[in-house]
Design a protein around this ligand. Structure first.
Ligand code: DLL
Length: 432
């Protein structure tokens, strides 16, 4: 079995990786200084110039970037290349303020797809495989990234996109899919549907590549058992390219970060101080090969731990644990990033006040979202049909904003508990 997509890189010595990182970092800082006035200003404010960055050991001198910077610089302010050199954008859902728009040159796409190909080969993908990609295609990075990776790995690629379970299962059976890529919650749903339809003996799956949202070891075991496959984790974020920033190997004990493209640090989310290896903290990435959207020291808000313990797969790149939570209020529901402020915007636009509670739960392996909203005195009614109509309007408006279904429950004025401190807006009952 072919074990690596780019063996020399994936198994390079630590010294070699550090040498690549230092050389690329120095070049990247110069590129950003010359081409991204927004970041140059941040460097100037911190009193840092490209001459101060001579290698990875100087990384900590650079200023951080956050989602707030992305918002401020939206849409073009963090680009490192003129638009004429860019060939693609990808984006996350959300209002303008929260939406992330990332730009790619052809070279950026190529390197990103290499990262995804590494992930596919790591789970055993070869020219003999049929790889069914059921992440969303379009602006979301999941579909396009794994599609490109699957081509590079030489698999026969089924660009299914998400949804339409009947069609997914028909292709899976007829074309004898061996590798499936989707969110873990959709994988669990597919597994259930396969059993319900008595298709378990007709599927040829051997591996799944599941990411874009948090999932537990129990969920991994359930999916593996139910489908008779190995289930691997994959991580990434739009700002840094998309899926494939890191991926799991056969050891299944954390995800190797593609360190020849991304330098990872763990910081204390409160103080910004860089923490020693093995500490739990916020993951920060510096892109050292990206041209069009070259973010330096980008704070992901994902909380995790890095480990350099040697891995039995032979890969030498540092491993990150599964993200253990976030240091902001972003929720990931059915693989979609949701900020409570988006929900609040909809409520206010629809004439409600910001008295609401968001209840997230997991039924089986599928997320549910309920928004409880107080009726205002002028909207208050005891007509059930009127309430149902108002709820339906809110469901539609939330769907338009978030892209997912949220159950809405209207409650009488002044029934949601008021808090004296921070309002408790989110009740997340999921146990990850
Ligand atoms: O979710 C990219 C992706 C697509 C990754 C397909 C894996 C597979 P965004 O929509 O920008 O990008 O969301 C990024 O999702 O900061 C994490 O909080 C979360 N996330 C991504 N992968 C995982 C994972 C894509 N494996 C945000 N486990 C990140 C837990 C994950 N959380």
């Amino acid at each position: 079995m072919k074990r690596y997509y780019q063996k020399e890189i994936e198994t390079a010595s630590h010294e070699q990786i550090r040498a690549w990182q230092s050389e690329r970092l120095v070049k990247q800082v110069r590129h950003v200084w010359d081409n991204v006035p927004y970041y140059r200003k941040k460097m100037e404010e911190k009193g840092v110039t490209p001459a101060d960055i001579r290698g990875v050991e100087d990384l900590h001198k650079l200023p951080f970037l956050t989602k707030a910077d992305l918002r401020e610089a939206y849409p073009y302010g963090l680009m490192g290349k003129p638009l004429k050199d860019c060939v693609r954008i990808q984006s996350t859902s959300g209002t303008t303020g929260k939406r992330v728009v990332a730009f790619y040159t052809q070279k950026d796409i190529d390197l990103w797809e290499d990262c995804c190909a590494r992930a596919i080969v790591a789970v055993g993908g070869t020219e003999e495989d049929v790889c069914q990609v059921c992440y969303g295609y379009g602006l979301f990075t999941g579909g396009p990234g794994l599609n490109g990776g699957s081509h590079k790995a030489g698999c026969l690629t089924l660009p299914m996109s998400s949804g339409n379970t009947d069609r997914q299962l028909q292709f899976m059976v007829d074309l004898e899919t061996t590798i499936i890529c989707c969110t873990p919650s959709y994988a669990a749903y597919l597994a259930e549907s396969i059993h319900e339809r008595g298709l378990r003996d007709r599927i040829k799956l051997k591996a799944g590549i599941f990411g874009a949202e948090a999932w537990s070891e129990e969920m991994r075991r359930d999916i593996e058992k139910s489908l008779g496959i190995k289930a691997y984790d994959i991580y990434g974020l739009t700002e840094i390219s998309g899926p494939g920033v890191s991926f799991e190997c056969e050891e299944q004990t954390g995800m190797h970060i593609n360190e020849d493209h991304f330098i990872a640090e763990i910081i204390d989310p409160e103080t910004g101080e860089v923490l020693p290896e093995g500490s739990k903290g916020e993951l920060v990435f510096t892109c050292i090969t990206k041209e069009a959207f070259p973010l330096l020291r980008y704070r992901t808000r994902d909380i995790c731990v890095l480990s350099r313990k040697p891995c039995s797969c032979g890969r030498t790149h540092v491993k990150m644990s599964k993200p253990m939570g976030r240091s902001d209020d972003m929720l990931i529901i059915k693989g979609v990033n949701v900020f409570p402020s988006q929900i609040e915007t909809v409520l206010i636009e629809q004439g409600y006040q910001a008295n609401y509670q968001i209840v997230v739960d997991r039924v089986g392996h599928s997320d549910t979202l309920e928004v409880q909203v107080e009726m205002t005195a002028d909207k208050f009614t005891d007509s059930l049909s009127k309430i149902a109509e108002m709820e339906k309007n809110l469901v539609d408006a939330l769907k338009a904003m978030l892209g997912i279904y949220a159950k809405v429950k209207l409650v009488a004025p002044k029934t949601i508990a008021r808090s004296e401190g921070k309002a408790v807006r989110i009740i997340d009952k999921r146990k990850i």
